[in-house]
Structure formats: C-alpha cells, structure tokens
Ligand binder design. Structure first.
Ligand SMILES: NC(=O)c1ccc[n+]([C@@H]2O[C@H](COP(=O)([O-])OP(=O)(O)OC[C@H]3O[C@@H](n4cnc5c(N)ncnc54)[C@H](OP(=O)(O)O)[C@@H]3O)[C@@H](O)[C@H]2O)c1
Length: 237
C-alpha cells in the first residue's frame, strides 16, 4: 500500500486540557522538551526518569521510572491510575546508543542493556499502560525510534545494537496499531539532534527534534496510526 499523502489525514488537537501524558526519559534531551510542550498544551504530565530528582521543570509530576525495571513500571502506572485515573498519551522516549563494534566483539551485558532500554522497556511499559490507554478512543502511543533502525535506507551497522533495537521498537508500533484500532500508535525518527546522544554537531536543535513527536502526540482520533514518520512524512520501515 502506498503511503504518500497519509499525512493529509492527520488532524491535531489544539489543546490537551484534561488529558494525561507519560513521557519516559523526561529529565533531559528530547524527552524533557516533549514533556514541557505537553504541559504548555494543558496536559497533566508524568515525567518518567531514573532519578526523579533530575526533573526540575515546573508543573510536571516526576515519576521514578527506569524502563528496565518491571517493578518501577508497575508502580508508575499504579500511581497514574490512583492520582489521575486516566492516560491519554504515552511517549516512549528513553533510549541509549549502546556500544559500536562487530557483533561477536560486543559484551553480552551491552546487548541485554541496549535491548532492555530501547525495546524491552517500551514493550513492557506499553503493555502495562494499555488498559488505561484503551479506556478512551484516540489515545496515543509515540515510539521515539530512529532512521538507524530503518531496513529500507540501511540499518546503522556500526552501532548494531542501537539499529537492531530501533528496528525492533517499530514492530510494536505496527502490531499495536492493528490490534487496537481505536488507538493511534506511531513511530518517529526525530533526525540527528544536539543532545548528549548525538553531540553538539548534530543538525537539529532539541526543539526541532521534539517537533514531530509532539505532532504525533497531538493526533486527534481518526488520524493515521501504525506508521513511521520523519518531518510529517511517512517513511519506510
Ligand atoms: N539525538 C538524536 O540524534 C536522536 C536521533 C534519533 C533518535 N533519537 C532517540 O530519541 C530519544 C531521546 O534521545 P536524546 O537524544 O534525547 O538522548 P539523551 O539526551 O541521551 O537522553 C536519553 C534519555 O533516556 C533516558 N534513559 C536512559 N536509560 C534509561 C532507562 N533505563 N530508563 C529510563 N530512562 C532512561 C536518560 O535518562 P538518564 O539521564 O537517567 O540517563 C535520558 O533522559 C532516544 O530514544 C533516541 O534513541 C535521538
């Protein structure tokens, strides 16, 4: 099926008043920018961070959330159920680059860790959040992926674990979009962004990097679901 023009079906919510969002990796980089923009749009924002003391932004609710820790995932969702009673947006932003190197030379602990943060964590968190997200039509999951995990334009083979894990993260986008047609589940490549991950020479500012994740977080019911986006255009897996 062709994907050209799918963006024409996108319509955006102007306000997120009354809505509740959870962002992982919200203490710095792209995640911090997304969390702060969600607040600006009126959402109650739970800012997931390994150290909630790192979340200093006003009007955000810091949540201890290492996405590799199942107990913390359960506790985080439990706290949202108890305090807010709803969840409209889940942004799986937390990620690590992992080591470079040929596959056989990699430390097995790094394989576990990189897949744990970038793939296993978002899968477990989405699993825990789905009962809340499915209470309302039009809830969104935004998976912050990367072109490094794109089969079509060449996987990142130097940071193999990163590329593999991001290719993996795109699979639940596709599967959940089909299993839950009332939800909007999308993956996004933010481009190369000047954060700790990509360094100061990357082409995009943090604000630019947060642009498309935010666009997807504002998708209104009936907007496209189950796609991989960059710059408001669907890209191949
Ligand atoms: N920057 C880019 O050029 C680029 C390009 C494509 C895709 N992306 C994706 O965009 C997302 C955000 O990247 P970024 O550039 O903002 O990176 P960043 O500045 O390095 O921030 C990474 C975030 O992930 C968090 N994190 C790491 N391990 C975690 C864990 N186990 N549990 C919870 N949080 C954890 C970090 O928290 P701590 O402070 O506790 O470490 C931090 O908040 C990532 O998924 C990345 O793969 C980035």
């Amino acid at each position: 099926m062709g994907t050209e023009g799918i963006d024409d079906d996108a319509s955006l919510l102007d306000s997120l008043d009354g809505q509740v969002a959870l962002v992982t990796g919200a203490n710095r980089g792209i995640g911090a920018e997304i969390a702060s923009r969600l607040v600006d749009l009126g959402a109650t924002v739970y800012a997931g961070a390994r150290d909630p003391g790192d979340v200093t932004a006003d009007e955000q609710r810091p949540l201890k959330l290492d996405v590799t820790n199942e107990g913390e995932i359960e506790a985080a969702i439990g706290a949202i159920v108890e305090e807010a009673g709803r969840l409209d947006v889940l942004v799986n932003d937390a990620g690590i680059y992992g080591p470079s190197g040929r596959f056989a030379d990699l430390d097995p602990a790094d394989i576990e860790r990189t897949f744990g943060v970038n793939l296993h964590g978002p899968a477990l968190l989405s699993h825990a959040a789905l009962p809340l997200l499915t209470e309302r039509k039009g809830s969104r999951i935004v998976n912050v992926s990367s072109g490094a995990g794109q089969f079509e334009s060449g996987m990142d083979t130097s940071h193999a674990l990163y590329g593999i894990s991001k290719a993996g993260l795109n699979a639940p986008t596709n599967v959940l979009a089909h299993q839950y047609p009332d939800l909007l589940v999308n993956s996004v490549c933010p481009g190369r962004v000047r954060t700790d991950m990509s360094g100061e020479n990357a082409a995009r500012s943090v604000a630019e990097g947060a642009q498309i994740p935010m666009w997807l977080a504002r998708f209104a019911s009936g907007s496209p679901s189950g796609y991989f986006w960059r710059d408001e255009v669907v890209i191949e897996w």
